[in-house]
Design a protein around this ligand. Structure first.
Ligand code: UDP
Length: 338
C-alpha cells in the first residue's frame, strides 16, 4: 500500500534523492523547501512542491492539517561545518528553531513518525577507528550541536507525546541518482568529490588538498563516503523499525578513503588528470571519520549498492559532467577557481 509523506528540504541533495526513492516505489510526496540552498530543478515532477520557510508556523500548520501523513522526513537545514564556525548563532537558531517548530507541529497534527537527517558531526573527535551509535557525543561545531539538539528534542517528543523517530547520522554523502535525474550541486561547492571532478574536467585549475601531515597512511584525511541512493534506502528501511520504537543509526560504508584516494578514483573513472596542490589543514577537520554501520545492517538488512568508491564517483562524475551549470543556469555558475 502506498503512503503519503512530507519531506522538508526535499529540493536539497539528500532530500531530493529520498523523494526519488519514495516516488519510485509509488508513494506520494509533498516537498517543503525555501530554496535557500535547494534547487527547484531538484524536485522531480511527480512530487508536489510547496515553497515554504519553516519559520512560518501558520503555513506549516496549513500543510500538516492536510493529512494524513505516514511520516515526516526533515532535511531542511544549514549544513556546512566551516560556515557554522563563523556563524554559530545562525546555525543553532535556524536549525534547532526550525527543528523544534516542526516537531511541535507534528505533535499537534497527530503525525507520529519522524525521520531526521542527522550527522556524524555530532560525535566530535573520534576515540575509536569506527564510530558506532554508542560513541561519545560531543559536537565540536555549532552545526553538529544543532543536529544533536534536535535529536534531544525528538527524544522528549517520544517520551512525552509518543512520537516515534529515526535519526540518521550520515558520514560523507556523495554520488548521485543512478538514473541520472538528480545530482549534487552546492553554491559555492565545498565538498571534495564534486571539486575533484570539476578539477578533472578543467573547470578548476587545481584541487587544493587540506593537509598531508595527518596520522593516516598517506597523510591526508580519511572519510567514509556513502552513496546518496544508499542513504535514501536507509531512510525507507529505518521507517520500518518505528513500530518497535525510535532508532538512531550511523550511516556509512564502514571503510574510508583518503583525499588522495578520492583523487586517484576520479582519475580512474574519468580517464583525466587531477592537478592538485597541498596546503595547510582546514580548521576542525578530524584525521579519520569512519562509521560502524553494524546496527542498521543487523536490524534492517541495509546493504549499500554503491559501497565501492569508484562506483560512487562514477555516478557523481556522470551527473556533474552532464550538468556544468548544476540544475539550471541561474542556480550555479561554473565553479570559480579556489
Ligand atoms: N578537502 C580537501 N580539499 C577541498 C575540499 C575538501 O582536501 O577542496 C578534504 C577535507 O579537508 C576533508 C575531506 O576532503 O578531509 C572531505 O571534505 P568535505 O568538505 O567533502 O566533507 P566533510 O568531511 O568536511 O564533511
Amino acid at each position: 500500500m502506498s503512503g503519503r509523506y512530507l519531506v522538508t528540504g526535499g529540493a536539497g541533495f539528500v532530500g531530493s534523492h529520498l523523494v526519488a526513492a519514495l516516488l519510485d516505489r509509488g508513494d506520494k510526496c509533498v516537498v517543503l523547501d525555501n530554496y535557500s540552498t535547494g534547487h527547484r530543478g531538484g524536485v522531480l515532477p511527480d512530487a508536489h512542491a510547496i515553497e515554504l520557510d519553516l519559520v512560518d508556523v501558520a503555513a506549516l500548520d496549513r500543510v500538516l492539517a492536510d493529512g494524513p501523513w505516514d511520516a515526516v522526513f526533515h532535511f531542511a537545514a544549514l549544513s556546512l561545518v566551516g560556515e557554522s564556525m563563523r556563524e554559530p548563532m545562525r546555525y543553532l537558531g535556524d536549525n534547532y528553531g526550525n527543528g523544534v517548530r516542526l516537531v511541535d507541529a507534528c505533535v499537534r497534527h497527530g503525525v507520529n513518525r519522524f525521520v531526521l537527517s542527522s550527522t556524524a558531526a555530532l560525535f566530535g573527535r573520534p576515540t575509536t577507528p569506527r564510530l558506532d551509535e554508542e560513541s561519545p557525543i560531543e559536537p565540536v561545531s555549532p552545526y553538529g550541536e544543532s543536529k544533536w539538539l534536535i535529536e534531544r528534542a525528538l527524544a522528549w517528543a517520544d517520551r512525552i507525546h509518543g512520537l516515534r523517530y529515526a535519526t540518521l547520522r550520515y558520514f560523507n554523502a556523495a554520488g548521485s541518482d543512478p538514473a541520472g535525474r538528480l545530482g549534487e550541486a552546492h553554491n559555492p561547492e565545498t565538498h571534495l568529490i564534486p571539486l575533484v571532478i570539476d578539477t578533472a574536467l578543467a573547470r578548476r585549475p587545481e584541487l587544493v588538498v587540506f593537509g598531508n601531515d595527518y596520522d593516516t597512511p598517506d597523510g591526508t584525511c580519511i572519510r567514509d563516503y556513502v552513496h546518496v541512493a544508499d542513504l535514501a534506502d536507509a531512510h525507507l528501511l529505518a521507517l520500518t523499525q518505528l513500530d518497535r520504537g525510535s532508532v538512531a543509526y550511523n550511516l556509512g560504508n564502514g571503510g574510508g578513503a583518503s583525499v588522495m584516494e578520492v583523487i586517484r578514483s576520479v582519475e580512474r573513472v574519468s580517464g583525466l588528470q587531477v592537478p592538485y596542490r597541498i596546503t595547510g589543514r582546514r580548521a576542525g577537520d578530524p584525521a579519520i571519520l569512519v562509521a560502524d554501520p553494524g546496527r542498521i545492517v543487523r536490524e534492517t538488512g541495509w546493504s549499500p549498492r554503491f559501497a565501492a568508491l569508484d562506483d560512487i564517483v562514477r555516478t557523481a562524475f556522470a551527473w556533474r559532467s552532464a550538468h556544468p551549470f548544476g540544475y539550471d543556469n541561474s542556480d550555479t555558475k561554473p565553479a570559480s577557481p579556489a
